[in-house]
Write a protein that binds this ligand. Sequence first.
Ligand SMILES: *Cc1c(COP(=O)(O)O)cnc(C)c1O
Length: 232
Amino acid sequence: MSDQPSAGVDVLRERLLAVQDRVGEAARLAERDPAGIRTIVVTKFHPASLVRDLAALGVADVGENRHQEAQAKAAELTDLDLRWHFIGQLQSKKARQVRAYADAIHSIDRDALVDALRSDERSTDCFVQVNLTDDPGRGGVAPAELASLVDRVLETPGLALRGLMAVAPLDEPARAAFARVRELSERVVLPAAPDAASLSMGMSHDLEDAVAEGATHLRIGTAITGNRPVAG
Ligand SMILES: *Cc1c(COP(=O)(O)O)cnc(C)c1O
């Protein structure tokens, strides 16, 4: 796994098509239009060259979870027309730097981060991340605090709320966890922000469950990129 070379373009193409098939089949079962489901390819730990190969295959949305790595790749690939999605835990002091290259931030999880992203000059799409576990270290706001954080985002210039983001916990069936996100969206978010209906949820192993519960943004890593190189 650690010495695995980056996948060649043919392998990437096959995996992209396989994921597309899975999304299409899940959408069919859920009686949803697959056009309403965007696949973000998570390229963390992989080199910029792999992102370039993906772009050549038609990928338009990529996801990264570490600021320094994301910043370096985005800087190297400014010639490509990519949308960069920041999906990792974010320190408030790095917030402004992230917004410089990120088209969307999926990991808004506390007031201090919202305040750090305030801007009168530009608007960045964002998702509030919900923590579906009892472990506060996992990232995301506790469901009980969601309403007040959503309000904070809505009253902060420079942030355009798109919806909710979540990662399914390991100790619970993913479908049930994603159903809770959908329920929070309907009960807490939509009454305050009717346009913020997006749901960023679903990864390589649970995308079918996410599509069944209304996901609009899938964050798919290994199913497309192969195993991640070990962090160096
Ligand atoms: C790495 C990561 C993913 C992609 O996970 P895979 O299992 O490789 O598809 C999705 N979301 C977040 C927040 C991640 O950190």
